[in-house]
Design a protein around this ligand. Structure first.
Ligand SMILES: Cc1cc2nc3c(=O)[nH]c(=O)nc-3n(C[C@H](O)[C@H](O)[C@H](O)COP(=O)(O)O)c2cc1C
Length: 365
């Protein structure tokens, strides 16, 4: 949600300006007129990626995660602009996530950096990988890496509500064996529930090139969540973590049950945000909200239990997405007498992943 990121980071006014432009439509249930200005989308992406690349030090690479389900009332054009602007601004790599569009490589094949930028995809099954490779074969380009996301990952899941019947190690093994049989040498990065360095080593021993981790970094200083929300992550128990269907993307999503986003019936804010509007200007939350308003015409504020306004709640840090292992975060730090937990540094967590043994977690100094 690059406009919000830019507004916070550079004091731009993309969201305010978009709301001003479409203010006339706020009370209208039809959001199809709310379009993203592709020039401004490129500008905001360029600002964020460019400043990040300028700040980069050392030999590491910087990648951007491109959620394809942010369809922005124009799925192909907005995705193309987001990817091209990131490449223009010097990004080292792009990971295509949530909603993986089989034609994504083709959208950028005319870009001068198409063959030098690292392009990775996130899949949750061998079948999804096979389909992607088949559909993008025409571009003569394979993914440079594949993130294999299992059922314990944070946020949107590439599984149904039967996610519990899947297991990351099994999926990684299937994909590894298929790649070997096809003589395809693509690095695999398992993700989802890798909580200790020992967990990571088990995947490296299976042939993974690395791992992707997230949940352990939610309680670091560097994580963008507000401080009080980080304490919610520390405090959470296993039975406070659920996979539900409230995301308007249609994908199951894992989050803390006490997320303020759950059950909130805010009026859709598509004129300001609108990232999830599909090609026809629809979003499952708008439908759910309109249904509740029609059913309770006298209520000042309705409750919407089955969907959430993800754009608004993500922006306000009210949708607390987390991996299944979030309930173990309390074991990674010290608790003070007042009940709060000591925040960690990203460096500490990173080193713990690299150097811990025997499934131990090192506490901060
Ligand atoms: C707070 C949070 C936000 C996330 N947001 C995204 C996202 O925007 N796009 C995405 O592809 N994955 C997202 N993920 C999933 C992670 O990238 C990652 O693959 C997965 O959570 C790794 O598992 P772990 O959290 O158990 O370490 C998110 C995960 C967390 C915990």
């Amino acid at each position: 949600m690059i406009h919000g990121v830019s507004d916070r980071r550079f004091n731009t006014k993309y969201i305010k300006d978009k709301l001003r432009q479409y203010k006339f439509n706020v009370a209208n249930t039809d959001k199809s007129v709310v379009q993203f200005d592709l020039g401004l989308l490129a500008e905001a992406t360029h600002k964020h990626v460019g400043a990040t690349m300028e700040a980069k030090r050392g030999a590491g690479l910087v990648f951007i995660n491109c959620m394809e389900k942010l369809t922005m009332n124009g799925p192909r054009e907005t995705l193309r602009v987001r990817m091209k602007a990131a490449m223009d601004a010097g990004i080292d790599g792009i990971t295509l996530a949530a909603g993986l569009h089989l034609g994504s490589f083709a959208l950028i094949e005319d870009h001068p950096r198409f063959r030098d930028v690292k392009l990775g995809i996130i899949v949750s099954s061998l079948r999804a990988l096979q389909l992607f490779i088949k559909k993008s074969a025409r571009t003569g380009r394979l993914p440079d890496y594949v993130v294999v996301e299992g059922p314990l990952a944070g946020g949107h899941l590439g599984f149904g509500m039967d996610w519990e019947s899947y297991d990351l190690a099994t999926i990684v093994t299937e994909i590894r064996d298929w790649l070997t049989s096809e003589k395809l040498n693509i690095p695999l990065l398992p993700a989802g529930g890798i909580f200790t360095g020992s967990d990571a080593v088990r995947f490296l021993e299976m042939g993974a090139a690395g791992v992707q981790v997230a949940t352990r970094f939610t309680v670091t200083n560097e994580c963008g969540l507000p401080a009080d929300v980080k304490q919610e992550y520390f405090k959470t128990s296993e039975d406070n973590i659920e996979v539900n269907h409230i995301s308007p993307t249609g994908y199951p999503m894992r989050m803390l049950k006490n997320s303020p986003a759950i059950g909130d019936g805010i009026r859709p804010n598509c004129e300001a945000f609108g990232y999830l509007l599909d090609a026809g200007g629809n979003c499952q939350y708008i439908e759910a909200y309109n249904r509740e308003v029609a059913a309770h015409p006298l209520e000042r504020k309705v409750k919407v239990l089955d969907k959430t306004c993800l754009c608004t709640h993500m922006r306000n840090f009210d949708c607390w997405t987390c991996g299944h292992t979030a309930y173990r975060l309390k074991d990674t730090s010290h608790q003070s007498a007042d009940g709060s937990y000591q925040l960690l540094t990203a460096e500490h967590v990173f080193q713990d992943y690299q150097f811990s043994t025997d499934d131990q977690v090192a506490l901060p100094a």
